[in-house]
Structure formats: C-alpha cells, structure tokens
Design a protein around this ligand. Structure first.
Ligand code: SF4
Length: 429
C-alpha cells in the first residue's frame, strides 16, 4: 500500500511523522510521492493557533476531494486537544490521538476490513511514560531532528499544548545515545534536540537537558548538536557554563520571549521578567561569543495596551534578535487567556504584528551584516541554483557559496563576504 504524510507544526511533529513513516515502511508500505495516487493519507496536525486547526481541516477536505478512494487519517495535537471537533470531521476515516500513533498500522488494517470509522483519542494520564520512538533519519533533510522530551506542565495562559501533550516525559538517556549514534552512522553530521518543553528534559527521570546535550555531543561521528526551542528560566549560569564545555553545541539559542513587557508577561503566566530575560541573553553572549539568539514573540495578548505593546517592541529591539517569529495572539478554547477580559481587536493585533515584524526584520538584517568578514563552518544542505549551494553556520546564519558537485552534507569553512536579502554570501575558505 502506498502512503503519503502531511505534517503541520513543529519539529516534534516532523520527528513523529518520520517515526510513523519508518514504522509503516517496515511493515511493507511504500511512499506515494507527490502526484502519485496514495492508498493511505496521514495528516499529522498542530493546534497551536486557530489557523493551525483550519489548515488541518482544509488539508483533509482537499485530500478527500482529490483522492476519494484513499483511507484518510487525522492524528497529532488537534484531535488530542479537541477530540469533539475532530470527531465531527468525517473527511477523516481514522482519528487517532497523540498516544495512539504506535497502533497506526493495526488501525488502518482494521478500517480496511470493517470500513467502520475509527475515532480513538485517549486522554493523557499522570503515569504515562515517554512513547518509545526512534528514527533512522529524516527523509529529505541534512540535519536530523531528535525528539527527546514530550509534554509540558507550565500552562502559560495562551497555550493549549499542555492539554494536547500531557505531563513531561523524557526519552531514556541510553535510547538517546543509541539513536544519535545510529544517525551519525547513517551520515548525519548534525542533530537537533527537540521537545515540547525541551529544558524540562529529565525532570521525570532525575536528569537534565545538560545530560542530554553531553550524551549527544559524545556520539562519535556527530559534528554539531543544535537545540530546539527553549524556555528561558531554566537557562541558569550553571546550565550555560556546563553547555559551554560542549564544543559541538551550536551557538544558536531559540529563547521563547512572547512579550517584552513585564505586565503582559505576568498576565501570560510566564516565569521571568524582561530584565531576567536580558540577563540570560547576556550570559549566553558572554559564554558563546558570536552566538545568535532567536525567539517567538506575540502581539495583542488580552489586555495589552498600546503602551505595553510599545514597551515590548522597544525591548525586542534592544535584545537584537537574529530572527523572531512574530504571532498575533490566537484564542484557544480552554485556556486562561481565552476567558480573559480585554480581548484585543483583530485589526489592532494585525497592526501590532506588522510593526513588530518590520522591526524584527531590521534586527535580522543587522545580524546578517554583522557576520560579514567572519570565517565560519557551514553545513551544506542543498543546491540553491546551478553551482550555488546553501547551508547554515553553527549560529544558524544561512550562507550561499559557489561550488562544485555533491557538497550536500559536507561541513566547509567559509569566509562570509557580504549580507544579502535574508542570507549571506560566502567563499569556501
Ligand atoms: S512552556 Fe508555555 S508556551 Fe511552551 S508549551 Fe508549555 S505552556 Fe505552551
């Protein structure tokens, strides 16, 4: 049977799709490439924003229209967080919650024999363990994502994820070591450690993120270890010091901010102030000279006044982010913020998001210009045009170089000669 996956959302979702894909391939399924008819279509959904839900709905309706004979499967965070809504989506023949993906093959075979719609979304439990999963690689990627943590217990006021992902669960360190080694043996030079609340790694098994980083960096054959999104408050000077000892750790830190205004951070139930955030940024820059700090920041959180927004905008400018993902606040049913007074009008949210995006684009260009003249190692990822190759430095600067054949997957020293629009141009050094 031919199968095709559509993945929405974060690196954890992409990892889980890869794990599902490898399981199906090991059970005799084959990939249905773009344009090829599939027997099974799997949508691995996200529910971070209302738009994410909409994308999953639209994808299923489109797939059902285009390939009416195929078995359609909806899984991921949307059905897990909103089982009632997902159940109504009859374009999905099979609806599986996050904890049921390991049974995907059995449920597909069951549906094919009974033609009875399957909806199986089990609620997360307190004693639930880390879902055993391992990947051999990441199809079509030069860097491999490695999910090492699941769940979150922070309940930020705007966030639905703890309801979709349950309590913190960590991948056993021995499994992590074995998986990184396997990826290195298959030629991956870089792994990206990722999770739902990555810095919470190990809190359920008496370890910490530093243990995971050291284990990944110790793997023979791995040249670079990159970290996925980080919640700031666990990046203490001790943690930063321990990480600094790891030469393979990429000097790029995606430090989720959400707002640069203390009053808004308080209403968001975030556990740091803007001053504490700036201190962490300074500690990282002192420990990792030339590192990049990237972030997620939101506009239009309930109750956000124009003054509070301008305070946040000013703070974001002062940090000097290498890149920032800007979001307009999206109401999520069931969250504290959804019940809050002072919901901001969409037009105001859009205006503030635009202003924030423009300011962050300027920061990005300043960051790229600051790379000029430096010599950095670039992991070449793809051909960006005839004889033109693109890759990323350790601090996640996208760099293009002119070069010969077959450079993909190679790490090359590159002199960065100038910044262009959204990337840098370099010369192999
Ligand atoms: S830390 Fe906050 S924003 Fe991040 S997943 Fe947990 S609840 Fe959501």
């Amino acid at each position: 049977m031919k199968v095709r996956f559509l993945t929405l959302g974060c690196k954890v979702n992409q990892y889980e799709t890869e794990a599902m894909r490898e399981t199906l391939m090991s059970r005799g399924f084959t990939p249905a490439h773009e344009g090829e008819r599939a027997d099974v279509l799997v949508v691995n959904s996200c529910t971070v924003t209302a738009q994410s839900d909409q994308k999953a709905r639209q994808a299923l309706r489109r797939l059902r229209r285009q390939e009416p004979e195929a078995v359609t499967v909806l899984t991921g965070c949307w059905p897990q967080a909103f089982p009632g809504e997902a159940e109504k989506l009859t374009e999905a023949d099979i609806v599986l919650g996050n904890g049921k993906r390991g049974e995907l093959v059995e449920r597909i075979l069951e549906y094919l024999s009974t033609k009875q719609r399957i909806v199986d979304v089990a609620q997360h439990t307190r004693d639930e363990g880390f879902e055993p999963m391992a990947v051999k690689g990441l199809e079509g990627h030069t860097r491999a994502f490695l999910k090492i943590e699941d769940g979150c217990e922070r309940y930020c006021a705007y966030c639905i994820i703890p309801y979709a992902r349950g309590r913190v669960r960590s991948k056993p360190i021995e499994d992590l070591r074995a998986e990184v080694l396997g990826l290195a043996q298959r030629g991956y030079k870089e792994v990206v450690l990722t999770g739902i609340n990555l810095p919470a790694y190990g809190q359920d098994i008496g370890l910490s993120l530093c243990d995971a980083v050291e284990a990944a960096c110790a793997a023979e054959g791995i040249s670079r270890v990159r970290l996925g999104s980080l919640e700031p408050e666990r990046l203490t000077p001790e943690v930063i010091g321990r990480m600094r000892a790891q030469e393979k750790l990429c000097p790029q830190f995606h430090l989720s901010l959400q707002s640069g205004c203390d009053a808004t951070l308080k209403r968001m139930h975030r556990h740091y102030t803007s001053a504490e955030y700036m201190k962490i940024v300074e500690d990282l820059r002192a420990a990792f000279p030339g590192c990049s700090v990237t972030t997620d920041v939101m506009a239009g959180f309930p109750g956000e006044t124009e003054e509070e927004f301008l305070e946040s905008l000013d703070f974001c400018r002062r940090v000097g982010f290498a890149k920032a993902h800007v979001f307009a606040y999206s109401r999520r049913p069931g969250t504290a913020a959804d019940r809050a007074e002072g919901q901001v009008a969409n037009a105001v949210k859009e205006r503030r998001s635009r202003a924030l995006s423009e300011a962050m684009e300027q920061s990005r260009q300043e960051f790229l210009r600051a790379q000029t003249g430096t010599v950095q190692e670039v992991l070449i990822e793809r051909e960006a045009g005839p004889g033109l190759w693109e890759g990323f430095t350790g601090n996640y600067t996208p760099v293009r170089i002119e070069g010969g054949e077959g450079l993909s997957g190679r790490i090359l020293p590159v002199k960065i000669v100038r910044a262009a629009d959204g990337y840098c141009l370099g010369e192999a050094f």
